[in-house]
Design a protein around this ligand. Structure first.
Ligand code: FE2
Ligand code: FE2
Length: 172
């Protein structure tokens, strides 16, 4: 059983995860628009992962008797200065999400909600991976500067990313 306080913040996190999906969907559309199909693929995989994160929270709430209340989504940006700008905004956003997850863990501990605390550990680990991936790509993009051929190579590399559904979600 989740208490009302925890229910409210988990509902907010469902909204944060769906907003993340929305943001990356927007970046995917922008990438397609400027002819970077690999970047578009990478961001669309990211969109799918974020929807899985939202569904994990949704399923957890339902399983624990919490009431899911969906909230309005903010409009994501649709213009970006460069591929580097997209990844810098991605990292900034993920750092915000990491802070949200940390705050959720703090609250679960304060409320002595051990089940939710354990449930949230998956997200703590996931955020380490997400920030790491973004940092990797940012450093590559910084290294190549304005080299169009090198950007083409990175686009080819990002085209190989495949969505792998994580174990334990009800999404097949
Ligand atoms: Fe997420
Ligand atoms: Fe994320």
């Amino acid at each position: 059983m989740i208490n009302e306080k925890m229910t409210d913040v988990l509902n907010k996190q469902i909204n944060n995860e769906i907003y993340s999906a929305y943001l990356y969907m927007s970046m995917s559309a922008h990438s397609t628009h400027i002819g970077l199909k690999g970047f578009a693929n990478w961001f669309m995989v990211q969109y799918q992962e974020e929807m899985v994160h939202a569904m994990k929270l949704y399923d957890y709430m339902n399983s624990q008797g919490g009431k899911v209340r969906l909230q309005a989504l903010d409009q994501p940006p649709s213009e970006f200065d460069s591929p580097l700008d997209m990844f810098e905004k991605t990292l900034t956003h993920e750092q915000f999400i990491t802070k949200c997850i940390n705050d959720l863990v703090d609250l679960a501990m304060a409320e002595k909600d051990h089940a939710t605390n354990i449930f949230l550990q998956w997200f703590v680990t996931e955020q380490i991976e997400e920030e790491g991936n973004d940092n990797d790509i940012i450093s590559k993009l910084k290294r190549i500067g304005g080299d169009g051929n090198a950007l083409f190579m990175i686009d080819k590399e990002l085209a190989t990313r495949v969505f792998v559904p994580s174990v334990g979600t009800q999404q097949a």
